[in-house]
Design a protein around this ligand. Structure first.
Ligand SMILES: C[S@@+](CC[C@H](N)C(=O)[O-])C[C@H]1O[C@@H](n2cnc3c(N)ncnc32)[C@H](O)[C@@H]1O
Length: 242
């Protein structure tokens, strides 16, 4: 799926059911998330993350939340960092993130419509976090953004991201369906969905990601199993420095 089409789809979700699009719990579909309950999930996730791996983020000045959505995790990070920037590709997600921003002095939200993070200089962030975002884009873009994470991370900073590695089901039909979903070309998806929003689900095998990070001079700190991807996907949380 092209980046333009990906943006179009997230924009549709952001306009129709934004909180559910971020956290797709079946009982929350159709605008059923309560705002406080929704943001509490972000607080819990970030507190847990900082407890587990936060000691590697020694400097707590500037953090990036890549694929911030409505700012669920960005706002939670504001409790640990002096400045947090949330970046998203969907204008309506950014608008909602600003509307719900309880830390306007600490959290800023930026629309980024490109496959780079050129809006940031080299060695800029002490901490980079990305959860349930990279899984929704094709492998080429995942790798481009990971290279950008390495460029904009400060030396000895910490980057943490989640990504599925493989499908866990043994059913060949389910495996094929998931594979197909991740490989359909944009025109076919457009024809198939007839204007309804669509989310891609993508994976890169763990060994390939580890090889890619090392090849690009990342120093891997931790690779942990993670259940944040729905369905049949086994995902991992990768942490690295440089
Ligand atoms: C499932 S939501 C997760 C939001 C947030 N990470 C959270 O956990 O609350 C995925 C978000 O990633 C954004 N996104 C998808 N592709 C992106 C890209 N290439 N650059 C920036 N944001 C992107 C979508 O617009 C959407 O807001």
């Amino acid at each position: 799926m092209s980046l333009n089409f990906l943006q179009e789809n997230w924009e549709k979700f952001a306009k129709s059911d934004p909180f559910w699009a971020v956290l797709t719990y079946s009982d929350k579909k159709g605008g059923k998330w309560k705002i406080d309950e929704f943001f509490k999930t972000g607080d819990e996730e970030i507190h847990q993350l900082i407890a587990e791996i936060g000691h590697h983020a020694k400097n707590r000045k500037r953090a990036l939340d890549f694929g911030c959505g409505v700012g669920r995790l960005t706002q939670a990070l504001a409790q640990f960092f002096q400045e947090v920037i949330g970046v998203d590709i969907a204008p309506s997600m950014i608008r909602l993130a600003n509307e719900h921003n309880r830390y306007p002095k600490t959290c800023n939200f930026i629309l980024n419509e490109t496959n780079t993070l050129e809006c940031f200089p080299n060695d800029h962030f002490d901490f980079i976090y990305s959860n349930i975002t990279l899984q929704h884009m094709r492998a080429r873009y995942i790798k481009e953004y990971l290279k950008e994470f390495l460029r904009i991370l400060k030396p000895a900073g910490l980057a943490v991201f989640q990504l599925p590695s493989h499908i866990t089901t043994n059913s060949p039909i389910k495996k094929f369906k998931q594979w197909l979903r991740a490989h359909l070309p944009t025109p076919i998806i457009k024809w198939w969905t007839r204007g309804k929003p669509w989310i891609d689900m993508n994976a890169i095998p763990k060994n390939e990601i580890i090889y890619f990070l090392k090849k690009n001079d990342a120093l891997i700190i931790d690779v942990a199993k993670n259940n944040n991807a729905d369905g049949y996907w086994q995902s991992f949380r990768y942490s690295f420095t440089k």
